[in-house]
Write a protein that binds this ligand. Structure first.
Ligand SMILES: C[S@@+](CC[C@H](N)C(=O)[O-])C[C@H]1O[C@@H](n2cnc3c(N)ncnc32)[C@H](O)[C@@H]1O
Length: 231
């Protein structure tokens, strides 16, 4: 795909292909090659070095979708670096484009499966992890896919710095309650908790709406929020 000229794909009118092709060549977009995870690791640190943003606090948004949330955080916090991750690059495309148009350099967009997170981010390197409106996977046998299950929490624990935090928001009450149980069972400390984020006194940044959050709040479904740390 690297050799393709994305402009040539307009003729096919296949919007996804067009987005994939752009994603592949844009300087703020990256993809995990499972055979060579180190490559992505190096590319990310090279990118931030080149922008002279080398040693700033690192914030990840997982299951970022169209990543409007972390794009706005990046705009508000030029003192931090952001990585928006999703398995679907055509979703990330939207904010990757806006970041380039707005010259917002402290955010990159990564297409990868979150199962591989530990291959890309070294232990003790991440300051904050946002998990925003992940798929709820309500069936019991799908619990292995929930991003707050025990094995994902283990990955987050490894890559987070000692004072690092997970911030998690969702519309889904069952997933939220289940996730609280996972945090407690795995000895995470709960620092902030709200069963109605937008009516709470929690910081304004937390209330930046994701694309899914906009849809749910329009239907009157409230956002549940928790912040938890290892220590
Ligand atoms: C319900 S959407 C939420 C998107 C966004 N956070 C929002 O609130 O608008 C969940 C996202 O998780 C992504 N996703 C699900 N499982 C994933 C995985 N294992 N690795 C990476 N992304 C994943 C999907 O592609 C989808 O974009």
């Amino acid at each position: 795909v690297k050799a393709l000229d994305p402009r040539g794909l307009v003729i096919t009118r296949k919007r996804k292909k067009w987005k994939f092709a752009h994603f592949d060549v844009w300087p703020n977009c990256f993809e995990l090659n499972r055979q060579d995870p180190k490559n992505l690791k190096n590319n990310l640190s090279n990118y931030f070095e080149e922008q002279k943003l080398g040693d700033k606090p690192l914030v990840l948004e997982l299951a970022a979708g169209s990543a409007e949330f972390s794009l706005e955080l990046a705009r508000r916090h030029p003192d931090k670096n952001f990585v928006a991750i999703d398995i679907k690059s055509d979703r990330l495309y939207t904010s990757a484009k806006k970041a380039q148009e707005g010259d917002i350099k402290n955010i990159v967009f990564v297409r990868m499966n979150l199962i591989e997170l530990g291959e890309v981010f070294v232990d003790n390197s991440v300051d904050e992890i946002w998990i925003t409106f992940p798929d709820p996977h309500p069936k019991k046998r799908s619990a292995k896919h929930r991003l707050t299950n025990k094995s994902f929490l283990r990955q987050y624990r490894n890559i987070l710095k000692a004072k690092g935090e997970i911030k998690f928001k969702t519309d889904n009450t069952d997933l939220f309650n289940w996730s609280l149980e996972q945090f407690v069972a795995d000895n995470w400390q709960i620092h902030e908790l709200s069963f109605d984020l937008h009516e709470s006194d929690l910081p304004d940044d937390y209330k930046i709406k994701t694309a899914y959050e906009r849809k749910f709040t329009a239907k009157g479904i409230v956002t549940k929020f928790v912040a938890a740390s290892i220590n």
